[in-house]
Design a protein around this ligand. Structure first.
Ligand code: ACO
Length: 359
């Protein structure tokens, strides 16, 4: 048995390939470089779902249908469903998503693609004591998500930086949340249930919950001169450094550089970038010293934190923004699983007492 299912192949997929030794990500025949910075959320969703979801509108009609789905979701879910104030943004996203009726069809998939943009914006504003803003169905998803969050029209640079992010995180092989979504889809529970499984797995700090803590780390370190002592103390307490390490990559995560380019194009505060780079270098040096046998490099979450901060999202909502991009992958994998896969049902090895041994 392989601990954490490492090296276990659990699916054949046409969707994406992660090459951990070369640091390469291929999505439906395209390298990440060809997609990030050149593709919108809408085009990425169309590419990923191509041939997997009969009845999905194509071309301009897809963008229009997605905009209408945002409005429907706002009216049907956000307006009537009051949630307890104690829920964090990712918990609110999960609760609102659970109100979307299940199904395996294109209509359900469109609602699920549209929903996280609406829920993320509403959850981020709710956290600040502000009322939700209704979607503008005529805008592209990234521009509308920024507008619904901040209350101001997004500049073209901002919308394109958010598109770069959403495209970069749209799919990544059989990561924990995608596997969870495929397991649920394999029971034929429906796409809403599969996406809920994905959200639930994503929120953990070992997966999509890391970028908020990255901001806390950068702020707590304060000055680059403090980095080594702060990072050493965290490791001495047995903590992991957020934004570093990966199950598959043994070299730098290619998504980290795709996001760093997006941050530079956006014109993020040079001082903040320099601070993050100094902390990154200190962390890499310490991890090399402490774990010489285990290559631990920067992962996607480190520069996710910087990019989403520059776009004005509060750190508490970062995982919701991640879910907005990754929903594309969850839906494509769920549909692929439904189309060709059997029920996922592995075995376990019982190591407890046998009946005659139990008292
Ligand atoms: N900081 C310090 N030590 C680390 C880190 C880290 N970030 N990552 C791994 N290690 C250490 C482990 O403590 C372990 O040491 P040991 O053998 O002495 O016990 C060794 O490296 C191997 O760790 P594993 O747990 O086997 O690595 P695994 O493949 O299970 O974990 C993971 C991958 C969860 C991403 C891990 O690197 C981690 O916890 N990183 C920090 C959280 C993070 O950045 N998560 C986002 C990942 S990207 C994404 O999911 C979108």
């Amino acid at each position: 048995m392989s601990d954490g299912l490492e090296d276990v192949v659990a699916a054949h997929t046409i969707l994406s390939e992660v090459d951990g030794s070369a640091g390469r990500l291929v999505i439906r025949g395209h390298s990440l470089d060809e997609l990030a910075g050149h593709t919108s959320f809408e085009a990425m969703a169309a590419l990923m779902l191509d041939g997997l979801l009969p009845g999905l509108p194509a071309g301009r009609e897809f963008g229009m249908a997605l905009g209408q789905a945002r409005s429907q979701i706002f009216d049907a879910v956000v307006v009537p469903a009051a949630l307890p104030e104690s829920l964090s943004p990712i918990e609110a996203l999960r609760a609102w998503t659970a109100l979307i009726p299940d199904g395996e069809d294109a209509g359900t998939a469109l609602k699920l693609l549209a929903a996280p943009a609406v829920f993320t914006a509403a959850a981020a504003r709710r956290d600040r004591g502000l009322p939700p803003l209704a979607p503008d169905p005529t805008l592209p998803q990234a521009a509308d998500m920024l507008r619904m969050t901040s209350g101001r029209a997004a500049g073209p640079g901002q919308a394109s930086a958010l598109d770069s992010y959403l495209v970069t995180v749209a799919d990544h092989g059989l990561n924990a949340s995608t596997f969870a979504a495929r397991v649920v889809a394999s029971t034929r529970a429906g796409l809403t249930s599969a996406v809920l499984a994905g959200i639930s797995a994503l929120r953990g700090p070992l997966h999509g919950g890391a970028p908020g803590p990255v901001i806390e780390m950068l702020d707590a370190i304060g000055e680059p001169a403090n980095a080594r002592a702060w990072l050493e103390a965290a490791l001495d307490r047995g903590e992991r450094l957020m934004g570093f390490g990966h199950r598959i990559y043994r070299v730098r995560d290619p998504r980290a550089d795709a996001l760093k380019s997006a941050i530079r194009r956006l014109g993020q505060d040079a001082g903040r970038i320099a601070h993050a780079e100094a902390v990154e270098q200190a962390a890499l040096a310490i991890l090399r010293e402490r774990k010489p046998g285990r290559p631990l490099e920067t992962n996607v979450e480190f520069y996710t934190a910087l990019l989403l901060e520059a776009l004005g999202f509060p750190p508490e909502a970062f995982t919701c923004v991640f879910a907005t991009g990754r929903t594309i992958g969850w839906l494509a994998h769920a549909r692929e699983q439904i189309a060709g896969g059997r029920l996922i049902r592995p075995q376990s090895v019982y190591v407890g007492p046998r009946p005659q041994q139990a008292a």
